[in-house]
Write a new protein. Structure first.
Length: 404
């Protein structure tokens, strides 16, 4: 490895931001999990339904790193992969906010640039593939999507192409503008029902899943990081979030996605803080509230997801000391190649000094130690501190009735 490559990896480690490049190097101690993922991916590629994977772990113990490792495994096997970090701006109760993030973070195998349009770029108007896609949209999806695709395949206007491509990436084109565009392109009106992104965004997920299979890829891997932020939503918003989870994880309805493998990471504190807290735990409160609202189907689906969180979660335990030492040894080796020196570090002493710290802190400690030793050529003194984690609850601790 050239020095500049090693330097880039060291800088990525120093920033504390997980990346796919790092995951190709640091995957110690997760061999059993990765073997399970490989089996799941192979099953999805053969057309079997393997449902989902939920990764549970403490802050700083490698959840995001595992997602990046799964990203690489999936790409190697011919899967299209989407990676989205959930946030207040991307809450899981609003698929119309999640979809744009998914579309813009979707990578075809070996592709450097993400984007939904990569699935459509070379499809020609009048081809058997374009006709099949249009028929699927006509029969299965909201009418707006059919007209978006029909105009996308047939227009030669770069500005129209830009607007239509934007809609497919979640920048919702107004129906009135689409109707005007269609009349200009085809000389006849378009009959389009009312379109509400909050209600109809799921059809865009269905379109993408269909395109992925029709383009000959093995399937679609959806990676969602920091699902614990669902705990900051109001009660009914959380109920809708769990219902949306059911659409990804229990694909048994007519509008289910095909050939998908969803993977979620969630912090361990989500269980005591939200699912199982003494005061109105979600496992009881959410189904009851949905039934009271007259939505028994949503209640049943949400309950299935809540139970899966209690029964089917894969816990990322802290790595054994031997695997941690391998990680720190790799960090030491990379630092030496990055800066052209031969670092000498007592890894056993570092392990002892950071014995109560999380893995991320151990790595940052080792880097700080090596940086100081490289600069001053003497034994440095480094201390560790812990970051305070914010509680998983609504801002005022109340249970708002809106959908957030």
């Amino acid at each position: 490895m050239e020095n500049y490559e090693a330097l880039g990896i060291v800088e990525a480690l120093r920033s504390g931001v997980a990346s796919r490049r790092l995951s190709t190097i640091f995957s110690y101690g997760r061999e059993g999990l990765l073997e399970q993922v490989q089996q799941d991916l192979d099953a999805v590629a053969r057309g079997r339904n393997v449902r989902f994977l939920i990764l549970r772990g403490d802050y700083g113990e490698g959840k995001t790193h595992c997602l990046n490792t799964i990203f690489n495994l999936a790409q190697e096997r011919g899967f299209v992969v989407s990676f989205v970090v959930l946030s207040k701006e991307t809450p899981f109760n609003r698929m119309d906010r999640v979809y744009p993030k998914v579309a813009c973070a979707t990578y075809l195998p070996r592709a450097e640039e993400p984007g939904m349009e990569a699935l459509l770029r070379d499809i020609r108007s009048g081809s058997a593939l374009s006709e099949e896609i249009l028929e699927f949209a006509r029969q299965e999806l909201h009418p707006k999507i059919f007209y978006i695709l029909q105009n996308y395949f047939n227009t030669n206007d770069p500005f129209h192409q830009y607007l239509l491509s934007g809609d497919l990436n979640g920048e919702w084109l107004p129906v009135s503008q689409l109707k005007s565009m269609h009349r200009l392109n085809f000389g006849r009106p378009a009959k389009i029902d009312r379109f509400k992104p909050a209600d109809h965004a799921w059809d865009y997920f269905r379109l993408m899943a269909h395109l992925i299979k029709k383009r000959g890829f093995a399937g679609w891997v959806l990676l969602f990081d920091e699902l614990e932020l669902t705990g900051t939503l109001s009660l009914l918003a959380r109920a809708n979030a769990f219902y949306n989870l059911s659409r990804f994880t229990f694909p048994q309805s007519a509008d289910a996605l095909s050939s998908v493998y969803p993977v979620f990471s969630v912090a361990s504190r989500f269980w005591p803080d939200i699912l199982l807290r003494a005061r109105r735990p979600d496992v009881d409160e959410i189904p009851a509230r949905l039934i009271a609202k007259g939505e028994p189907r949503k209640a049943e689906q949400a309950k299935r997801v809540l139970n899966s969180f209690l029964q089917e979660t894969v816990t990322l335990e802290a790595l054994p000391k031997a695997d941690v030492r391998r990680c720190l040894g790799a960090v030491q080796d990379l630092h030496g190649r990055a800066y052209g020196w031969e670092p000498e570090a007592d890894l056993e002493q570092i392990l002892e000094l950071t014995r109560y710290a999380r893995l991320r802190t151990k790595i940052r400690y080792t880097l700080e130690y090596l940086d100081l030793k490289y600069l001053y050529r003497e034994e440095p003194a480094v201390e560790t501190t812990s970051l305070e984690e914010m509680p998983l609850e609504t801002a005022d601790g109340s249970y708002d009735e809106d959908d957030g």
